[in-house]
Each structure stands twice: as C-alpha cells, then as structure tokens.
Ligand binder design. Structure first.
Ligand SMILES: *Cc1c(COP(=O)(O)O)cnc(C)c1O
Length: 433
C-alpha cells in the first residue's frame, strides 16, 4: 500500500480543508483558456460517496464498476478505501489484480466472455456470471470450477441506459432451464445478479428485483444449488439513501441477517460522477438573428474545446441532462438566449445541449460542468486531432491523512466510519459561480 500512496502523492496536490471547489475552479480558470478541457478531480468526493454507502448500506459490499472512470488516482484511492471491483475485460481484471486486490473482491461481470479472458479468470480465480446456454458450455470447457452467478433481466423503465436487451436471462422463463443445464454440466452456481440500468430513478425497483432473486434461490435449491452470493448490479446516481431504504427493506424481508450470504453491488456512476468538474473553453461563436426582426437574437451557437468525441460522448440524446455553469459575473437582469454547444470536431453531429437557455457569453469565456466524472474521460477520443482532457487532481489535507491511515490499517471501512472529520463534514459542495 505504501507504493500506492507514494504514486498518488506524486500526482496530486494536497490543499487545505478550507479550500472550496469554487476556489479550485477559479484557480484553473485563472490559467486562461486552454487547448484541452480541464478535468478537476477532487478525490475527497470519492471518499465521501463511499462513506455514505457504508453508512446507509451496511450489508452491501460495493464493487466499483471500473469502466465508469478508471483514472489512475481514482483507482488508487478506491484500492486504499478497500472497495471491490466489477470488471468486464481481461485488461480490467489485470489492472485491479496488479494493485494487489484479492480475487474475492472482484467480480468478472461479463456474461459473454472471450475464451482468453475466461482462461485468465480461471488463473486468477475470480467469480463470473452467465446468462445463456452457450456461455455455460464455454465455462464448462475452460473454467469448470468457477463460482457462477446467473444474471437475470430486471430493467428499470426509468434509467439513462437499459442493459436488458443485451444481457440477462428472463428470470421466469429462461432461468429454470439454464439452472437445469448448469446442473447437468456439473457447474457451481452460487447466486444471482441483475442490473436495472444506468442512473435509475425508480429506486423501489431494487425491492422487486431482490424479491425476484429470492424466488430464484428457492428454485435453485430445488435443483440442489445453495445460493449464497447476491449482486445488485449498478445504476445508482446521486444520493444513496433513496435506494438504500428499498434495498435494506428487501434484504431484511427476503434474506434474513442470520442467513449466511454475501451481498455486493456494482456501483460505477455513484462513486465517480462527483469526483470531476469539467472546465471547458469557448473558442467560437455564432449568433442567429430573427429573419423578420434582424436585431432580435434567435439562437446562439458556441464552439467548445470538448464535445461528443471528447468527454460528452455520454450525452446521446437531448433528454440527457447538460448543466453548465457560466463562469462569469452575470447580472440577473441580463437576457437569456436559446443556446447550442458544438464540439471542436468537423462532425456535424458533434452537438449537445441543444436549446438550453443561457445569457450571452464570449470567446474565451469558460463553462463549468460539475458532476462530470462518470462515463466521460473513459470515452474520449482524439478524433480530428483534438485533445484528451487534462486532469488536475486535488485532495484536502484531512482526506489525505485518512488515506495515509487506511494504507496501514486492516479494516478500512471501520476506520472510515470512525473518522471524525467525515462524521462532521460529508456533504458534497454544490458548485455555483
Ligand atoms: C456498467 C455496469 C455497471 C455500473 O453501472 P452504473 O450505472 O455506473 O452504476 C454495473 N454492472 C454492470 C454489469 C455494468 O455493465
């Protein structure tokens, strides 16, 4: 753990506890407009999200979905926090194993694995999942002793991205058949998993999904399987409390505390969204006037140094929220105009935030996007020669002290819950200009 801490220290700046997020943004803005978007990372927010998870979901072990943001300091901090990992590829597995993470704390949550990755999973003894007959046969051939979870479909209708069309078996019609096949193949199915979809807003779906899981346990028991490992997947956004009520109620009702079982979840967005503030520069502008009243502004276009080929790839439809803060003194009486953002590339589709209302801005002004840590930099490309974001990493003094403490302690969760500083201040600052 010492090397982790030493590597981290080289990459970040430790700032006083009194330093606000707003101050940090001001510091980056003071550098002047940049070629590349600036990603301001505050590792404190990762720690705070984890602290809230531990407080509200004491029975659920978080396995971070590393695909949502695998920035090295975020990964290193999560290792120090003692979090587990959800990996979907061989290289993700290698990456967390290289950090010394125990295979008990890794789930290879990929229902359609390559043979190569399956062999690697066998060498590293990680648990994995299945949702089809073909996957079961492949597993029997290449990793027959694997501990397996059956992935069933339980899609929320209120999430930013559903996953059920691609993954998951029908729990009522397909699961019994698959479990039967697993039995015949002599495989070791130890539990179930589901995934309600990303940024799921109907928190009570977790209650119903866990209830369905109970039925599957009973069905599996009739075939001679003893289920003891349950995985609630990802999909959490923002405040964990609203999910926790439903999850805790379902666990208490369907999986009594004295029943020996392990419950995990695979939060991605929940952990990393608030770590990152994106500071973007405006480098181009076009004003469209009303055809009849040529002095009347209809719409303003801004050309930014970040876009859909950059870290806004996740903004796939006009319904996806885009919440910029104009980093500039604006007086309340200033008019607002219909606005659209364009990314820097020559692709006509590199456009987002269509029709949002903003006061008029100028070339070299900065737009600031808080909560920009999830599914952002991991998708960025250098298409058309434009830049990947530049990351600038901060941590407050008290959070750094805590990480130092965690690097030498055996029970990081207990140390976190006992940390006085976190007990007193665990709210995440709401960014405003
Ligand atoms: C992407 C993914 C997650 C994480 O989803 P979030 O919405 O970021 O929480 C969890 N589990 C699986 C299997 C995934 O593919």
């Amino acid at each position: 753990m010492d090397h982790l801490l030493a590597n981290l220290k080289n990459r970040l700046e430790i700032v006083p506890d009194s330093e606000t997020s707003k101050n940090l943004v001001d510091r980056l803005v003071a550098l002047g407009p940049q070629e590349e978007p600036l990603h301001l990372i505050e590792l404190d927010n990762l720690i705070k999200q984890h602290y809230a998870w531990l407080r509200h979901l004491p029975r659920v072990n978080p396995f971070y979905a590393i695909k949502s943001n695998d920035e090295p300091t975020i990964v290193a901090t999560s290792v120090l926090l003692g979090i587990g990992y959800d990996c979907a590829s061989k290289s993700e597995l290698k990456r967390v194993l290289a950090h010394g993470v125990n295979s008990e704390k890794i789930i290879f949550a990929q229902p359609a694995k390559t043979i190569e990755a399956l062999k690697f999973a066998r060498e590293s003894k990680v648990r994995t999942v299945f949702d089809s007959e073909f996957e079961l046969k492949k597993i029997q051939q290449y990793y027959p002793e694997a501990e397996l979870l059956i992935r069933y479909k339980f899609d929320s209708k209120n999430s930013r991205a559903t996953l059920g069309t691609k993954f998951g078996c029908n729990p009522d019609t397909e699961a019994p058949h698959l479990l039967q096949i697993a039995k015949e193949l002599g495989l070791n199915v130890v539990g179930w998993c589901f995934n309600v979809g990303s940024a799921c807003s109907d928190a009570d779906i977790f209650y119903h999904a866990i209830k369905k899981g109970r039925q599957l346990c009973d069905l599996a028991a009739a075939l001679g399987f003893h289920f003891k490992f349950f995985d609630l997947g990802g999909g959490f956004a923002g405040d964990i409390e609203r999910y926790a009520v439903h999850i805790n109620a379902a666990l208490d009702e369907f999986f009594a505390i004295d029943e020996e079982c392990t419950v995990i979840a695979e939060p991605g967005r929940y952990y990393c969204a608030a770590t990152t503030i994106n500071v973007v520069s405006i480098h181009g502008k076009k004003v469209l006037y009303n055809a009849e009243v040529p002095t009347q502004i209809e719409h303003i276009y801004y050309y930014l140094n970040d876009g859909l080929s950059g870290t806004f790839y996740g903004v796939r439809s006009d319904n996806d929220p885009v919440n910029p803060i104009a980093w500039k003194k604006i007086n309340n009486s200033q008019p607002r105009y219909k606005t659209t953002f364009f990314g820097p590339t020559c692709d006509n589709g590199d456009r987002f935030g269509t029709g949002i209302e903003l006061p008029e801005l100028d070339i070299s002004d900065r737009l600031v996007f808080p909560n920009h840590g999830a599914y952002t930099r991991v998708y960025a490309t250098t298409f058309n020669g434009f830049c990947l974001p530049k990351t600038v990493i901060f941590i407050r003094q008290s959070s750094w002290k805590l990480l130092e403490q965690l690097s030498i302690c055996h029970n990081p969760s207990e140390a976190l819950l006992d940390n006085e500083h976190l007990q007193q201040s665990h709210a995440i600052e709401e960014l405003e200009f």
